[in-house]
Every structure is written in C-alpha cells, then in structure tokens.
Ligand binder design. Structure first.
Ligand code: BGP
Length: 458
C-alpha cells in the first residue's frame, strides 16, 4: 500500500546545540557536572566530545540536503550566546548562528529553532536555575534577543524542548544536574518553566514577528493495565503529572483543576503570584512539537506508600510491564507505534485539534557497527520503526488530525547526555575518531520518502 502525505509536509530531523556543536564558550550545567562526576557519563565521555557541528556546519547542511530535508530543528545555546546568562551577547555566537540559519534557508531547509534544550548556563544554575524567578526573567531577555537577532529569518520558534525532562532528571529521579530529589522543588521548576515559556511568547507577540511560536513536549500516552477504576485512576494521575502539567497550560492557558487540587492536598504546590494566571493564559502557542518515543503503562499500587520516603509521582501508580510488549533493549523503552496515533486523536478531540508535528521520534541502538555491509550500516530495524510509526501518523492525518510534519531524532549520531555515545540514533553514522560521516540505509530510505512525499509498505 502507498502512504502519501499532504502537500508541504515537513520532512526532517532534530538535534540540539549541546549535543552537536562542541567547541563551546560559555559553561553549562553539563560541563560543570562532567568535570566533577565524569563517572556519571557512559565511558566517561563528556559534553565537549560532540559531532563538531561548530566546525562542520556547512558540510553538514549539505548532508541534510542529501537526505532531502525540507526542514531541520536545532537549538541556540543560551550559554554560547550570553555566556553569563544575563550580560553581553557574544558576537562570535551571533556570527555562527547567522551563518547556520542563512545557509539552511539558502539550501531550502526551513530552520526550526529551539531556545532551551536542557542546557542551563552554569551562571544561571548558580543562582538557583529554574527555582529562581530571576532566571525566568533572564530567559525572557535571552528569548527576546534571539527574536531580534534572528526573527526575520527564523519563522518557527520553540521556547523549550521537553521541559518535563529537566524536572524529572534534576529534581526527582537523579539523572540530570543538580541531582535533587524533592517534589516541591520539582513543581517549582516546572511552574517557573511554564512562566518562562509564557514570557517568551509574550515577547514574541509584542515584536509582531512574521513567524510562529510553540513548544516541544514529549508526550507519553498513559495506558492503564486494565479498565478497573483503580488502574484507570493511576493512569490519569500519571497523565496529569507527566503530560498535562505542560500540555494544558500551553494549549488551554491553564492547569488542570484536579492536578492543582491533588498537589494542594499534599502541600506540594509551588508559590504562585496573583498575576501568574494572566501570564500563563498568554502563553498559548501556535504550533506544538510532539516528541514520541514510548508509551507509559501503569497500574494501581499494590503496596502502601512509605510515609518517610520522599513524596513522588509514584505514590499514585506503579509502572506496569505488559506481557509481550516490544522493547528497544538498548534504551529500555517500549516500542509502540499506535501511541503516535493516540496522541494525535487526543489532541484532536480534547484540545481543539492544534497545529502540530512530530518533532522527534527515533530508536537508539548500541554497537551498530555490527550491521555494516559494504561500508554502510544496514539499519533495517530503524526503517521498520519509522515506517510503522508513519503508518499510524498517516491514519491520524486521514482522520482529520492537524499534523504537519515528521522529524526524526536525529541527523548525525550525537552525544546523548549521560548515555554519551552508547546508543546511536542518526541517519548518518559518526566515526568518533575521524569525525567521518557515512549515510546509513535508513538515511537513504528517508531521503526517498521525503522526495516522494510517500512510501510503500505492505
Ligand atoms: C529526547 C531529547 C533528545 C535526545 C533523545 C534521545 O528526550 O530531546 O535530546 O537525546 O531524547 O534520548 P537519549 O539521548 O536519552 O537516548
């Protein structure tokens, strides 16, 4: 069967500044953390060992062209642009981003730009990071500077990439700096991120720029083990905590009332100011980026909560390992292609069918060298992964969902936070020693799909 996509569908991939650029001026939390605890990073590989986009941006954009991308998302590094977060703008950074943006446009590849992709300037973390409202203001200033510098040529902006991840990693589950485990502080970080987002949207609207502004959220549909009310309730709370805490503010302009009530009853609400509600209402977006990797399966808890243990989302649910689920064993994530359709239908039916696109989807695999045939990685599993997800995406579009494109994570194999180079996601293989780039089979498949705006599958 042939799966054809609407005209002007966005075909591309996503990446981020910190994971690709290298040669960084301006310290982030990742540099500081790596200097103190290199053992936290796979094989002791830190954030300076990247895919050298800072040097190779021009030839890399040629490769994007070869993959028939019509759009590409990357981020601006706040720490590179404004090394101390609040002061002078670094002219070298302005030159670099100007060159990248201009070259993308010249090659017919629409730049999609994220303002914050997990890379907090260290100077801002030192004053409390997202726990401090001064950082919210500093971010709003940074956003405004970016709009002024690049807003004439960048027409698709994203305030944050997966803002729940620094909350989970940094303040609940110990996989990002500053490795705090404290729900109320996590809630404050999440809340201030929403305020920062809304302030950036406000600044964008005030500048009357020609483009649009949105956010990228990692949506993990919550599936209950069964229809038993206890399981259903568990899935509902997980949905509130991990999806709706950002989805509702940016699409509806307010938090779900039952989420606020739940946190209030456990005395976990962040400090709010009376004027915050108006600000949040102004943060409604034009375009939603959806990152989808895995579903979340949950069941009700079988055991009582330890009242001495830190308050956690898991007080309300347990994760559920569905028998027979298909796993990506390298990342430990379930592969469930219908999830992409369920997300789109939920947006269509419950959020007014917003303009959206898949901004990340992908599969990280370890030791891909074993699949080399005639000098090229034959990553058939990735082609299957993409085509399966695309068939469900196609079904969503045919049922009226307003999904405008599909971007893969990622372009060239890149540095994956604490996993460093353990799992590779790229359309293009990176030789870490020589920095040589070689297109994988999936890259060729994607290039053909983008060119034809369609693909064939049984
Ligand atoms: C997303 C992030 C990316 C990227 C990807 C793959 O959550 O936006 O930055 O890294 O996941 O995940 P990981 O690198 O953790 O395997």
């Amino acid at each position: 069967m042939k799966y054809a996509f609407p005209d002007n569908f966005w075909w591309g991939s996503a990446s981020s500044a910190l994971q690709t650029e290298g040669a960084r001026e301006g310290e982030t939390t990742w540099d500081d953390w790596f200097a103190r605890e290199p053992n936290r990073f796979h094989n002791g590989v830190g954030p300076q060992q990247t895919s050298t986009f800072y040097q190779h941006w021009k030839t890399d954009i040629q490769l994007l062209k070869q993959l028939n991308h019509n759009s590409f998302r990357t981020s601006i590094s706040w720490a590179r642009l404004i090394p101390d977060g609040i002061g002078e703008v670094n002219p070298d950074a302005v030159d670099f981003y100007n060159q990248v943006i201009d070259e993308l446009n010249e090659q017919g590849i629409t730049p999609f730009i994220t303002l914050f992709h997990f890379d907090m300037p260290m100077a801002m973390q030192e004053i409390g990071g997202w726990e401090n409202r001064d950082v919210v203001d500093a971010y709003a200033r940074y956003a405004q500077i970016c709009f002024e510098l690049f807003g004439d040529r960048v027409l698709h902006w994203f305030t944050f990439n997966e803002p729940i991840v620094p909350v989970e990693g940094g303040y609940l589950y110990d996989f990002h700096y500053p490795n705090v485990v404290d729900f109320r502080r996590a809630a404050t970080v999440a809340y201030h991120t929403v305020l920062a987002h809304a302030k950036a949207v406000q600044a964008y609207r005030a500048g009357h720029y020609a483009g649009e502004i949105g956010i990228v959220l990692n949506l993990t549909p919550s599936y209950p083990r069964s229809q038993n009310p206890a399981d259903v309730k568990a899935a509902h709370v997980a949905d509130l905590m991990f999806n709706r805490s950002f989805l509702d503010p940016v699409l509806r302009g307010e938090y779900p009332a039952d989420q606020v009530a739940l946190l209030k009853s456990y005395d976990q609400l962040p400090a709010c100011k009376p004027e915050d509600g108006f600000l949040i209402a102004e943060g409604k977006i034009d375009l939603l980026g959806i990152n989808y990797y895995q579903p979340r399966r949950v069941k009700c808890r079988d055991s009582a909560v330890n009242p001495q243990a830190p308050f956690m989302p898991e007080w309300f649910f347990d994760s559920y390992e569905m028998p027979g689920r298909k796993m990506n064993p390298y990342r430990g994530w379930e592969i469930y292609a219908p999830g992409i359709y369920d997300i789109l239908i939920n947006l269509r039916d419950n959020y007014g069918n917003p303009r959206c696109f898949i901004s990340e989807n992908g599969m990280g695999v370890e030791n891909e060298q074993r699949f080399i045939e005639n000098g090229q990685i034959n990553d058939q599993y990735r082609i299957e992964f993409i085509s399966e997800h695309l068939t469900w995406l196609h079904k969503g579009i045919s049922e009226g969902c307003n999904c405008l494109g599909y971007h893969m994570w990622t372009f060239i194999d890149n540095w994956s936070w604490c996993n460093a180079y353990k799992n590779r996601y790229g359309f293009i293989q990176l030789d870490l020693e020589t920095q040589q780039r070689t297109i994988k089979k999936s890259g060729e498949w994607f290039a053909a799909t983008a060119l034809n705006n369609s693909f064939e599958k049984e």
